[in-house]
Ligand binder design. Structure first.
Ligand SMILES: *Cc1c(COP(=O)(O)O)cnc(C)c1O
Length: 346
C-alpha cells in the first residue's frame, strides 16, 4: 500500500477551503420554529431545504451495504461524483488521470471540462487490463486511475488480480466504477475499503435500482476522502424528492433483487437467441445488463432497427469495438421484438 497522504493528493485550494456553511448545517436537531434559512413557511414539505448531508438516507444505504455512513458520498448521479473527484484532486493543466479504453465516456468528458490530461490505456482483445501497462502510463502527476468493472461498453468484469495490483502499487486514488456490479457474478470491492484507503467505489441508483430519473450516485470511500468530496459539492445537491424516492426503493430491495434476477435470466436467453443469427458474428460475455455483439454491418443494422422504433447503441466507432452494437437487456417482450426484427433481416 503505497498511497500518498491525502493532504498531498488534494489540490491546495481544496485542502485550504473553508466550505460554505448553510443554515441546515449550523443547526442540527429538531426544533419547532425554523426561522434560520429564509424559507417560505407554506408548502410543506417542499418549502424546506433538504438535509445537505442526507443522513437518514446514508444510514439506510450503509445498513444495506455493510458500510459506515461516513464512507458514503451522495451525488447527482455518478456523474457528479466523477466531476467532484476531478475538482478535489486534479490541478488543471498540471495533473493527469489514467483510464482504460474503451470505457464509459464521462471520465474523459469530466477530464476535458476540468482541463486535466486524460491518458488512455488500451485493453487487450479480451477487454482485459494489464496493471503494468496502466502503471507505466502513470507519473508523479497522476492523481486518479479510472477503472470500470463490469466495464461499459464491453460488459466484462476486469480481472480482480490486476485491480488489486494497482491498489497495492499506485500512489494516487483508484476509482472503480461498479455501476453494473449487481448484475455481475463477482462481489463488489466496497467491502475492502478499510483494507485499501486509496479505493473509491462508484455505484448508482440508475441501473439495478431502476431509478435513473432521480439522479442519485454513490461514491464509497474512506471517511477522509468522503469529507473532502463533501467540502466541495453544492450544499443541497440531493433534492428531497430524490432522497425520499431512494428510501422507497431501499424498502423495495427484495423486489429489486427479483428484477435483477430476471434481467440476468433474460440476458442469457437473449444471448443464446442472438447467437443463432447469421448476422451476429460474436457475442462478448457479459456481467452487466447489456450485451456487446459484433455484427456483419453495424451501421446498417442500427439504421434498420431505428426505422422500426428499436434503439440500440451503435459502438462501431469505439476503440476495439469495430462492428459492434451494445444492446440493453429489456423485458422478455421487448427482447422478443428485437429478436423478431433481427430474424427478419437475417
Ligand atoms: C450508467 C453508468 C453510470 C451511471 O451514471 P449516473 O450518473 O449515476 O446515472 C455510471 N457509470 C457507468 C459506467 C455507467 O454505464
Amino acid at each position: 500500500m503505497s498511497m500518498l497522504p491525502l493532504e498531498q493528493l488534494l489540490r491546495k485550494n481544496i485542502l485550504q477551503l473553508r466550505p460554505y456553511s448553510c443554515a441546515r448545517n449550523e443547526f442540527q436537531g429538531q426544533a419547532s420554529v425554523y426561522l434560520d434559512a429564509n424559507e417560505n413557511p407554506y408548502n410543506a414539505p417542499y418549502n424546506r431545504y433538504p438535509d445537505p448531508l442526507q443522513r437518514e438516507l446514508k444510514d439506510r444505504i450503509a445498513a444495506i451495504k455493510g458500510l459506515r455512513p461516513g464512507q458514503i458520498f451522495l451525488g447527482n448521479g455518478s456523474d457528479e461524483s466523477i466531476d467532484v473527484l476531478f475538482r478535489a484532486f486534479c490541478e488543471p493543466r498540471v495533473d493527469n488521470v489514467v483510464a482504460i479504453e474503451p470505457t464509459y465516456g464521462m471520465y474523459k468528458v469530466a477530464a476535458d471540462i476540468n482541463d486535466v490530461t486524460y491518458r488512455e490505456v488500451l485493453l487487450d482483445e479480451n477487454f482485459q487490463m494489464d496493471a503494468e501497462k496502466i502503471l507505466a502510463a502513470c507519473d508523479e502527476n497522476t492523481k486518479l486511475i479510472f477503472l470500470c468493472s463490469p466495464n461499459n461498453p464491453t460488459g466484462n468484469s476486469l480481472n480482480r488480480e490486476e485491480v488489486l495490483k494497482l491498489l497495492d502499487q499506485f500512489e494516487g486514488l483508484l476509482v472503480l466504477d461498479e455501476a453494473y456490479i449487481d448484475f455481475a457474478s463477482e462481489p463488489s470491492m466496497m467491502s475492502r475499503l478499510d483494507e485499501y484507503p486509496s479505493l473509491v467505489v462508484l455505484q448508482t441508483f440508475s441501473k439495478a435500482w431502476g431509478s435513473a430519473a432521480i439522479r442519485l450516485g454513490m461514491a464509497l470511500a474512506s471517511e477522509s476522502i468522503v469529507q473532502a468530496l463533501n467540502k466541495i459539492k453544492y450544499p443541497y445537491n440531493i433534492s428531497l424528492p430524490t432522497q425520499q424516492q431512494a428510501m422507497k426503493m431501499l424498502d423495495a430491495a427484495p423486489e429489486v433483487q427479483e428484477w435483477v434476477e430476471s434481467i440476468r435470466q433474460e440476458r442469457d436467453r437473449l444471448s443464446k437467441a442472438l447467437s443463432e443469427l447469421r448476422l451476429v458474428k460474436h457475442i462478448y460475455p457479459s456481467d452487466a445488463n447489456f450485451l456487446l455483439l459484433r455484427v456483419s454491418d453495424a451501421n446498417r443494422l442500427y439504421a434498420v432497427l431505428v426505422e422500426q422504433g428499436i434503439i440500440v447503441r451503435n459502438r462501431n466507432n469505439v476503440s476495439l469495438c469495430l462492428g459492434c452494437l451494445r444492446i440493453t437487456v429489456g423485458t422478455a417482450g421487448e427482447n422478443d421484438i428485437l429478436l423478431q426484427a433481427l430474424k427478419a433481416m437475417d
